[in-house]
Design a protein around this ligand. Structure first.
Ligand code: NAD
Length: 294
């Protein structure tokens, strides 16, 4: 039976380390790291994610500059706020929680964020840096997957990695990160004709689709590592709601060498990498700014 890759435990460990670093840096810099999470409208899932991010932020001693806008507000209000936060010395990270409500174009706010404060790594400048293999802020979920793989000592160089799902948030950036780690990468998606044929070749399979039970045991090479990014809310037979990933967890864990659970796998790593990015931005800003040794 597979080794369970405990993202929740690793996230807790990393957050404890970050909290200690923050405490040693505050006296040197004269302020805590600051994160602004901007939310528009009343989507309950977005509200829950933002609450989770703000709570994590406080836990590690960072300051929160979050704001909430009504779905009826003019989009210029969001843009003006971003421009103000770009100039605000207390703010190291800015993110706009997606998806935005219907009628809101996510591109203008993403372009407005100063790339060095773009802790979600979605600005074209940061995506370009990732494509070119240059340092820059990188998308949190793929970064969390990479950190989990690296911490668990899972070799990537020369391995066959298959990423299922080609979103700009997860699949595409993750395939570039795996490529940078010298894996041979296949990026599969909804038009891939025979998904099982592709996933069966993989030493590492990452599912980032949003469809429960898409990856069954017969689609996995024995001994492969399976990373489940999917988050799906489903109903149990007794009618209560539960979170599941994209993987038939019970059967795949009998075939795989290692597997992430849902919940408790990639999810907690995502929030942790948001804190990590904010801390990186804070360090870089203060290293440049006043020559102190962060
Ligand atoms: P998305 O909807 O933007 O992209 C889904 C991708 O899956 C698309 O590229 C599509 O081509 C592909 N796809 C759809 N049906 C398919 C099929 N039958 N076979 C193969 N590929 C198929 O989604 P996203 O934003 O990338 O998110 C994917 C999943 O990951 C969702 O469940 C989301 O909730 C979850 N997610 C989790 C975290 C986390 O922190 N754990 C973060 C972001 C997203």
């Amino acid at each position: 039976s597979a080794k369970i890759l405990d993202g929740k435990a690793l996230a807790a460990r990393l957050q404890t380390e970050m909290a200690e670093q923050v405490q040693t840096w505050i006296p040197q810099v004269g302020r805590p790291p600051g994160l602004a999470v901007l939310r528009v409208g009343e989507d309950p899932a977005s509200a829950a994610y933002v609450r989770g991010k703000e709570r994590a932020c406080e836990r590690v001693g960072m300051a929160s500059f979050g704001q909430h806008f009504s779905a009826e507000a003019p989009p210029s209000q969001l843009l003006d706020t971003i421009l103000r936060l770009n100039q605000d010395e207390r703010v190291d990270g800015i993110l706009v929680q997606l998806p935005l409500p219907p009628g809101w174009d996510p591109i203008p706010p993403l372009l407005a964020i100063e790339p060095d404060k773009d802790v979600d790594g979605l600005h074209p400048m940061n995506l370009g840096r990732l494509l070119r293999g240059e340092p820059g802020l990188q998308s949190c979920t793929p970064l969390g997957v990479m950190r989990l793989l690296q911490t668990e000592g899972i070799p990537l160089s020369g391995k066959q990695a298959v990423v299922v799902g080609r979103s700009i948030l997860v699949g595409k950036p993750l395939s570039l990160m795996l490529l940078a780690a010298d894996a041979t990468v296949t990026l599969a998606h909804s038009r891939t004709p025979d998904l099982a044929d592709v996933t069966r070749r993989a030493d590492i399979v990452v599912m980032a689709v949003g469809k429960p039970n898409l990856l069954s045991a017969d689609m996995v090479k024995p001994g492969a590592v399976v990373i489940d990014v999917g988050i799906n809310r489903t109903l149990t037979p007794d009618g209560s709601s539960q979170l599941v990933g994209d993987v038939c967890y019970e059967e795949v864990k009998e075939v795989a060498a290692a597997i992430t659970p849902v919940p408790g796998g990639v999810g907690p790593m995502t929030v942790t990498m948001l804190l990590h990015n904010t801390l990186e931005s804070y360090r870089l800003r203060n290293r440049r700014g006043n020559g102190c040794s962060l």
